[in-house]
Design a protein around this ligand. Structure first.
Ligand code: 13P
Ligand code: SF4
Length: 310
């Protein structure tokens, strides 16, 4: 079966839109209507007229699309596509943590469950985290969850002292300074570009730090010909499309491993995408109360981001 053709037919018949993250396998990126970072995908999800949203990414991303579009059907090709970062912050534990810091407002990275979003005041992504935190009055104490690497990077950039939840993304946190130094020494003509979910020691060595979308913009405009890329491997497909003449070396913990594949992102395949569009399942279902409470901090994020652009 030609999955590409069949998916396109079903998509038209059902008035569906396919949203894909940069970490998806190349064949899914190439068939999607939009391929973006978490911020871009949440903005697309907020503005779509499609009856069905097929989210090729992980569960917290598809949940976000559902929260922003409760009346539409939101599908995720593989319901096991979770996230180690979201899993590191369970609702009941985070509720107790929050109680220890009265008077703090909660900024949560979008990589958290819908339930944790209900405990949050504002959501952010790696693309707008600095803008979001800078929009909060300086004397207002903040809890930041769940990524401690992103949180400490924002503390450094903004001069804040946010209380950090102790969570990490296993794909980014596995990268170690020694291996990055080895790669830099072996490729002296390459620039290091890193996602802010990497450890501080790696960010210290980076020539550019940013979300996946920001990295793509950087390599498009920058005059270097070679880059060491410290994030998930799926981004390389878009990098090659964006800057065809350039060389990209994905950072890993040693020369042979594929530790920079996000096992959750890579659960989605063309076959699962076809089946999910055909059968209209697995579907993201959330209770009404969760949707209402989780929508507030997400809308705040979208409002702050839109007004910062003006
Ligand atoms: P972006 O904000 O760049 O989309 O990153 C999302 C993510 O899951 C990083 O691991
Ligand atoms: Fe979660 Fe990390 Fe995978 Fe992103 S790369 S979805 S943060 S486990």
């Amino acid at each position: 079966m030609n999955y590409q053709e069949e998916i396109l037919k079903l998509k038209k018949q059902k008035n569906a839109v396919i949203l894909a993250h940069f970490y998806q396998v190349p064949e899914i990126q190439d068939i999607a209507d939009f391929v973006e970072d978490s911020l871009g995908l949440s903005q697309k999800a907020a503005n779509t007229n499609a009856n069905i949203i097929v989210f090729c990414g992980v569960k917290f991303m598809a949940e976000t699309a559902k929260i922003l579009n409760p009346d539409r059907k939101v599908l995720l090709p593989d319901m096991n596509a979770g996230c180690s970062l979201a899993d590191s912050c369970e609702y009941k534990d985070f509720k107790k943590f929050k109680e220890k810091y009265p008077g703090h407002i909660v900024v949560s990275y979008i990589n958290c469950t819908a339930e944790v979003k209900t405990l949050s005041d504002i959501i952010c992504t790696s693309g707008n985290a600095v803008t979001i935190v800078n929009s909060i009055p300086e004397n207002q104490p903040i809890i930041f969850a769940p990524d401690k690497n992103l949180g400490s990077y924002i503390n450094k950039i903004t001069g804040r002292n946010m209380v950090l939840w102790d969570g990490t993304c296993k794909v980014h946190d596995i990268l170690k300074e020694e291996e990055i130094i080895r790669l830099k020494l072996a490729n002296k003509d390459a620039k290091l570009i890193a996602h802010p979910e990497c450890q501080a020691a790696i960010l210290e060595l980076a020539d550019f730090i940013g979300s996946t979308a920001a990295m793509l913009k950087f390599i498009e405009k920058d005059d270097s010909k070679k880059y060491i890329v410290a994030t998930e491997s799926g981004i390389i497909h878009q990098m090659k499309k964006t800057a065809p003449g350039k060389e990209f070396i994905i950072a890993t913990i040693d020369k042979t491993c594929n530790c920079n594949d996000c096992e959750f992102m890579k659960l989605n395949t063309l076959e699962k995408l076809y089946n999910c569009l055909k059968d209209e399942k697995p579907e993201i279902l959330l209770d009404k109360k969760t949707i209402i409470e989780a929508k507030k901090p997400l809308l705040k994020m979208l409002e702050i981001t839109a007004s910062a652009k003006k």
